[in-house]
Write a protein that binds this ligand. Structure first.
Ligand SMILES: Nc1ncnc2c1ncn2[C@@H]1O[C@H](COP(=O)(O)OP(=O)(O)OP(=O)(O)O)[C@@H](O)[C@H]1O
Ligand SMILES: [Mg+2]
Length: 264
């Protein structure tokens, strides 16, 4: 008998079914898409629903501040009172966040934004272009070791490249993926896709290192734009690679499919 693989749902109606129920636990997934294709919303929505089920997730945002994210998710109709949301605004106080996560009777999303990381880096010697990466690794290690964290979102890999200036990106990325794999978290790495959609990730080696790629895009259709989602690859999964149209209504994502043009 084939052993059941434990999976994390994407919480997109119709899409989990295309993934044999969800993403295999512990996988490293690239969430690749053009600007505004709802990469952040979709991954935060996974952590939100996992937190509603009592679990802990970590969201590191190098693009948007905590306040900007919070407003966006409220506007999307997420009832953030249902979960425990913890913002690390000073890494010196990370123990408080860890304790509040451990003692909460609700599931938690721990959010670290670039503000708190920048504050920490000011104290590190100038010219050390690995500091962003090191601070991120330390946050992941601490939250993973001291809480029951199971899911991790890095928003975004592209921003990390800008901040870190890798000298040998292919080698460095290999070790970053190794580090993340060792952490054992189901990990979602957001990757900004260029407008010409020529590649899923900046150095392309990420495509091979990742266990799965989910591709989001905005496609012009007549005079409208249609949101679309598809699975490019997913290891250990018999997946349906068809292109679905992605809808967000009443705080719920759905992937619609019918083999016809999406309804407009
Ligand atoms: N109910 C809603 N509330 C707010 N935004 C919504 C809603 N429904 C759809 N959106 C759209 O979500 C988009 C932003 O989503 P999100 O920030 O998750 O995208 P992204 O791919 O992460 O973008 P970026 O490239 O800026 O990081 C906006 O363009 C907005 O129009
Ligand atoms: Mg985003």
């Amino acid at each position: 008998m084939v052993e059941e693989i434990e999976r994390v749902k994407t919480y997109i109606q119709g899409f989990d079914e295309a993934l044999q129920g969800g993403i295999p636990k512990g996988h490293l997934i690239l969430i690749s898409g053009t600007a505004g294709s709802m990469k952040s919303s979709l991954t935060f929505n996974i952590l939100f629903n996992e937190a509603k089920a009592g679990r802990v997730g970590l969201y590191i945002s190098l693009e948007q501040s905590y306040d900007s994210m919070y407003k966006h998710f409220l506007n999307m109709g997420m009832n953030l009172d249902l979960i425990n949301i913890q913002h690390i605004n000073d890494l010196g106080k990370i123990d408080e966040v860890v304790n509040a996560t451990k003692s909460s009777d609700k599931g938690t999303i721990v959010v670290a934004d670039m503000g708190c990381i920048r504050k920490e880096i000011k104290d590190i010697k100038v010219g050390d272009n690995k500091s962003w990466l090191n601070v991120i690794k330390n946050i992941v290690k601490k939250v993973k070791m001291e809480t029951a964290c199971t899911n991790f979102v890095l928003d975004s890999l592209s921003a990390l490249y800008t901040l870190s200036r890798f000298e040998a990106p292919r080698v460095e990325l290999f070790y970053i993926f190794e580090f993340l794999r060792d952490m054992g978290l189901t990990t979602y790495l957001i990757s900004e896709m260029p407008l010409d959609r020529s590649k899923y990730s900046q150095y392309e080696i990420e495509d091979f290192l990742a266990d799965g790629i989910i591709y989001l895009r905005l496609t012009p259709f007549r005079r409208n734009i249609v949101r679309e989602i598809s699975i490019v690859k997913m290891r250990a999964t018999d997946c349906n690679n068809d292109v679905f149209s992605l809808e967000f209504k009443n705080a719920q994502f759905s992937a619609l499919y019918g083999g016809q043009n999406p309804l407009l």
